[in-house]
Ligand binder design. Sequence first.
Ligand code: BGC
Length: 417
Amino acid sequence: MRHYFGRNTALVAVLLVTTSMAQAEDVEVLHWWTSGGEAAALNVLKQDLAAKSIGWIDMPVAGGGGEAAMTTLRARVTAGDAPTAVQMLGFDIQDWAIEGKLANLDTVAAEEGWDAVVPAALQAFSKYDGHWVAAPVNVHSTNWVWANKSILDGLGIAQPTTWEEFVAAMQKVKDSGKTALAHGGQPWQDATMFDGVVLSVGGVEFYKKAFIDLDPAALGSDQMVEVFNRMATLRSFADDNFSGRDWNLASAMVINNEAAFQIMGDWAKGEFLKAGKVPGTDFLCFRVPGTQGDVSFNSDQFAMFAQTDPAAQAAQSEMARAIMSPSFQSAFNVVKGSVPARTDVPNDAFDACGKQGMAELAEASANGTLVGSIAHGHANKAAVKNAIYDVVTAHFNGEYDAATAVTNLVSAVEAAK
Ligand code: BGC
């Protein structure tokens, strides 16, 4: 009896060790969440996974828009050393799926009912060939302006609702000696402003024709000349040191009363919150004037790279399950500045900007005014995106005028598509 009991205990012990080994399996996570606000949001994820005994190996690659992260990823995969989970945007997910590198998440997706709660616009990127290959953690949007309330109040500037009012407001700030537009001159940041400017000129119809359908007539139109003219206007309101500045340092200029406005995706809100600022009191969030009702979105998803080790596969599934839980989606996105990637998460925990973001996303999705961000890989594959970046940035830096930019845009897109 004693002997039998002893053997059984040993068996249980072995099982426990095996199970805890499987549970303690690490995920190596490649991401570009390196700013203060981003790191705070990442901590919410790390802590959630730690509570589920999923170990975390951090692989940060700084650089908004994820270009540098994607270069590192390519090198890792080529070397036969793919990370377990990778923060990824839109068309990049599809590209890796086409290459056959991603894991199939159908089992966990079915167990958790993802089909019913993830918006179709996101599923278009999370699924390949009808199979789930990525878990969306959020929905960001790029056509936002972040404004310093005390500067606006001090100068008697009301929240602008049209492009003309916005330009007049920036002029007033500039005349006062402060920086009107906080901007970081990096191609992805120029392109992020471009998303909103395209919408402000021609609305979603023009945006879709030019940047989703890549119609040469729309790309080469007079409206596009106006888009580049507006970009040049924006540049005239940035300070002299904008070149190469990181986006979060531009946010800090608005936070620290040095600049009035920043046009940036809602990850900027994460920086304001990290600095203890309150929406409506310290800062304002509003759509790029002239784009109310339109939403240019991007969604951070975790793509899982296929593994052969069952324990690693189990850790990937558990990470995906954790990411998709409604309570996690609320806790994470409240800090990140984004909104949930599922339609059934209550908005109670969100601040005014978050509630507005959630309502406008639902509205735009119902009205057909939701478009994928050009700058953040949700309108085109990387080659086209990069071709657009090149033209937008060269023009923004004064290398050529608006008419030449349009000519170059048409040929660059044609060559890349
Ligand atoms: C990502 C955000 C990130 C931002 C700046 C975007 O491409 O979707 O999650 O905060 O880049 O790094």
